[in-house]
Structure formats: C-alpha cells, structure tokens
Design a protein around this ligand. Structure first.
Ligand SMILES: Nc1ncnc2c1ncn2[C@@H]1O[C@H](COP(=O)(O)OP(=O)(O)OP(=O)(O)O)[C@@H](O)[C@H]1O
Ligand SMILES: [Mg+2]
Length: 240
C-alpha cells in the first residue's frame, strides 16, 4: 500500500472549507468545525491540510486543562512551555499572528466539558483572527451549539460522510501498489462491509492487495475474492 492521502470527497470538502476560512471577507468569523464518526478520515484530512500551511496541530486529551493544552501548543511552536498560562497564551498569539499559522485542535470533544479551555481557544482566535479548526466526533456539533459565543464564530462546518463507491475507487487507485486494479463490484462489497468507514476500507484494500500479490493478479474480481470477509478471520487465499 502506498503511504498517501487519497483525495476522497471528505478531504476535498475539508480543503474547500479551509480555503474559505483563509480567504474569508471582513466580518466573517474564522472558526471551522470538522466532525464525524471515528475512522471516517478526519485526522488524515487534517494532516493533509496543516502540512500545506505550516499549521499548528495538537490533539486534546481526556485529562487536559487549559494549562496542559497550552503547554502542548507551545511545545508544537518549538518552545519548552514551562511558563505561566498567560505567557503561553501571549506567545501563541504572537506566533499565530506573526506567521499566520492556523491552529488545528483534534479530539476537540475534550474541550466541550471545560469552559476555561474553550475560552482560551476563543482568546487565541479573537486576538489573531487566524483560522482555528476544531476536529471532533458527532457529539461535538450538538454540544458546541449550546456554547453561543463559540458557536457564532464558526463559519465553516464539515460533516464527514461515509465513503461512496466513487470514494472507494479513488482510494483503490491512490493506495494500491503495482497498479493493481479492482473490479467495481468487489469495491462495492468492501464499501458495504465497511459501512463507508475509511479506516476499514483501507484494511480491506490491504487484504485485496495481499491476495493480488500472492496470486500475481493485476486485476482482482469479486470472484477471485470469493465469500471471505474483509475484516477478521479469513480462509487461506485463492491459489496455493
Ligand atoms: N483519504 C484517505 N487516504 C488514505 N487513507 C485514509 C484516508 N482517510 C482515512 N484513511 C485511513 O483510515 C485511517 C483512519 O482515519 P483517521 O484516523 O483520519 O480517522 P478519524 O476520523 O480521525 O478517526 P478517529 O475519530 O477515531 O480519530 C487512517 O489511519 C488512514 O489509514
Ligand atoms: Mg482522528
């Protein structure tokens, strides 16, 4: 499998939304929210974006407070962060403004239960007006709507959707080694078995690639694959 990011619709929509945030007009707020179920490719799409723009990426954690979150952000900015929280906030504001570095906060669900963390992130945005993107699971959209001051600053929402057949084809084309091609019928079986979840599609494509390599196939059909599952226990492969 190739270590690349397939340009599926969720990635393209996330890119579009991010471009809108960066080029927004005066008065349009600059917070973005990407949300969707686990395994749908949110972190992968975010990686793709922040690498292009020298963004700051941090992952919130269950045990975080405003201070530990700021510590991690300052760490990403290359500083040791052994300071008081107000110094860390000032330093981050300076860095974000000076170099126009957007901030991406993954697993942002953990921010929702802590007003101080949310307010700190809002301070970072209000003092820089540089885009801040929160990435979280389904619940985040509902929970954030009750935080009005935050909610009103969000101008781009992206809900990550299950992959459709076109997306699975794009993933197969981008990820499979040796130009291995797969019959659309088999890709559609994989899509259904994975409920459109990117993580499980990638696991299934990896299995298809193994079958192709072991049997020297450059085109894998549903018939080659047979009735075996894409995930979990599998019977021995097609040929010897
Ligand atoms: N566009 C893509 N191209 C290639 N691989 C992808 C793509 N999207 C997702 N994947 C694969 O699926 C796996 C899961 O994706 P990712 O971690 O981005 O999901 P997530 O939505 O952030 O899930 P979680 O909510 O559990 O953090 C990744 O490790 C990657 O292997
Ligand atoms: Mg993730």
């Amino acid at each position: 499998m190739k270590a690349v990011i397939a340009p599926v619709k969720n990635v393209l929509t996330a890119q579009d939304a991010f471009d809108n945030l960066c080029t927004r007009g005066i008065g349009v707020p600059g917070l973005g929210l990407y949300h969707g179920p686990s395994g749908f490719g949110k972190t992968t799409a975010t990686t793709y974006l922040f690498n292009q723009v020298n963004g700051i990426y941090v992952r919130a954690m269950a045990t975080d407070s405003a201070s530990t979150l700021m510590n991690r952000i300052v760490g990403e900015l290359g500083s040791s962060g052994m300071w008081r929280i107000n110094k860390m906030v000032d330093f981050t504001i300076e860095q974000m403004s000076m170099y126009e570095r957007p901030l991406f906060i993954d697993e942002a669900d953990y921010l929702m239960s802590d007003v101080r963390m949310l307010e700190t992130v809002r301070d970072l945005y209000d003092n820089t007006e540089v885009p801040v993107i929160l990435i979280g699971m389904d619940q985040i959209a509902r929970r954030i709507s009750t935080r009005k001051q935050f909610f009103n600053r969000i101008s781009e929402w992206v809900e990550f959707r299950p992959a459709d057949l076109d997306d699975v084809m794009v993933m197969a084309d981008s990820l499979l080694d040796n130009d291995i091609k797969v019959e659309p019928e088999l890709l559609d079986e994989l899509r259904k078995a994975s409920s459109g979840e990117a993580r499980r599609i990638v696991i299934g494509l990896n299995q298809i690639e193994r079958l192709a390599k072991m049997n020297e196939l450059d085109y894998v059909t549903a018939e080659h694959w047979g009735a075996q599952p894409f995930h979990g226990v599998r019977r021995p492969s097609l040929v010897g």
